[in-house]
Design a binder for this molecule. Structure first.
Ligand SMILES: [Zn+2]
Length: 242
């Protein structure tokens, strides 16, 4: 298949990655195979979950769902070799663009000092369709990019410096998986893909609630389609900003 020359290889020469998403399962729907690749190469991967996904399963009330899905995320993070998981405890389903959200994200960026940030698509639609994107995803993307700038400005959120969190200017880019405006790709091996699939398997209750969803086929098809666009066997594609 002809290569999509608009997609370029992502520069993977970084030591610390911060993966920031709205919900447990967001990373596992495409980005986590790349996280597994990087963690396997010695990169420090930390996951930040803005909510606990407590509104994500119709048959399970939020107070039971929050700890269940938190534990599923911890298991998924272990599969890909992440070194830590943090929950910011914003409300699932009603996330708002706010200074509080930007401050919490800027705090995480200053604390972890990543060179790369990974998230998922914040555009209205997904690569390949899939309907209107979730409100929380659409809110998080712009707030996250603003927080990258906030993290580098000593005069914004001065209370963070009072907490010992100095400005951090080292973020080179933010990469959003599953975007319809992909610019870059990461080549994957079968091993990376297997870890990515296993990380979604870890969201046992969530996947069960989807009812007959075949995550293995879904993730393999996406990785093969992305690979075909880029002239490799398997890949994950990202919209890179920064
Ligand atoms: Zn989500």
């Amino acid at each position: 298949m002809r290569n999509d020359r608009s997609l370029t290889v992502l520069d993977e020469d970084f030591q610390r990655v911060l993966a920031v998403v709205a919900h447990p399962d967001d990373l596992e729907f495409g980005a986590s195979a790349a996280l597994a690749k990087w963690a396997g190469n010695g990169t420090e991967v930390t996951q930040v979950l803005v909510t606990r996904g407590e509104a994500g399963i119709d048959s399970i009330a939020p107070e039971q769902c929050a700890p269940l899905r938190s534990n599923e995320q911890l298991a998924a993070a272990r599969v890909v070799g992440a070194s830590g998981v943090e929950f910011l405890d914003f409300p699932d389903g009603t996330l708002e663009y706010s200074l509080e959200l930007r401050r919490a994200l800027a705090r995480a960026i200053r604390a972890h000092r990543p060179e790369a940030i990974v998230s998922i698509n914040f555009r209205e639609t997904f690569d390949g369709g899939g309907g209107f994107n979730h409100a929380d995803h659409r809110v998080l993307g712009p707030a996250l990019m603003d927080a990258v700038r906030d993290a580098d400005n000593r005069w914004v959120f001065p209370e963070l410096r009072d907490q010992g969190l100095e400005p951090w200017s080292g973020v080179r880019f933010t990469a959003f998986a599953s975007s319809p405006y992909a610019t870059h790709f990461v080549e994957l091996t079968e091993e990376h893909l297997a870890l990515g699939i296993a990380s979604l398997d870890a969201h046992e209750a969530y996947v069960a609630a989807l009812g007959g969803f075949d995550q293995k086929t879904f993730l393999r098809n996406n990785a093969e389609a992305a690979g075909a666009r880029c002239g490799v066997a398997l890949a994950t594609i990202f919209e890179v900003i920064g």
